[in-house]
Design a protein around this ligand. Structure first.
Ligand SMILES: [Zn+2]
Ligand SMILES: [Zn+2]
Length: 133
């Protein structure tokens, strides 16, 4: 069964037969900015294992560094995939998966770009914090 994925507004949907590489949490400043998050979770996929199911014509993209193209939904802004010229694998934004890929993240990378005001050593709550008013 292929894994199903989608953007936040469900305009763009895709399926992928399997992840080709392990999941990494990338903390680089470009991921922080483009995903508006402390880090981006990514894994390689083989191009011939990946298929857009809907909304491919609604994708927008930009070149974040020479030859690196990041694709995102033009309606809701979810980042879904990146391609780098000369690299055999595409890079899937695995947080957009709707199915569990049955593997777990292997590593955090580029933490040298972390900013102190996003340091994550803080209390954890399953839902809202207990003292929320
Ligand atoms: Zn969308
Ligand atoms: Zn990154």
């Amino acid at each position: 069964m292929p894994l199903q994925g989608s953007c936040a507004c469900k305009t763009v949907t895709y399926e992928v037969d399997e992840l080709a590489g392990g999941i990494s949490h990338c903390h680089c400043v470009t991921c922080r900015k483009t995903h508006a998050a402390a880090f981006n979770s990514a894994a390689g996929v083989q191009p011939d294992a990946f298929r857009w199911l809907s909304g491919e014509d609604q994708l927008s993209h930009f070149e974040s560094s020479p030859g690196k193209i990041r694709y995102f939904c033009s309606q809701c802004g979810s980042h879904l995939l990146a391609k780098k010229e000369g690299r055999p694998l595409w890079v899937l934004r695995v947080a957009t998966l709707d199915d569990d890929p049955q593997i777990r993240p292997e590593q955090h990378i580029w933490t040298s770009h972390d900013v102190p005001w996003l340091a994550a050593d803080v209390p954890v709550f399953a839902e809202w914090q207990s003292n929320r008013s």
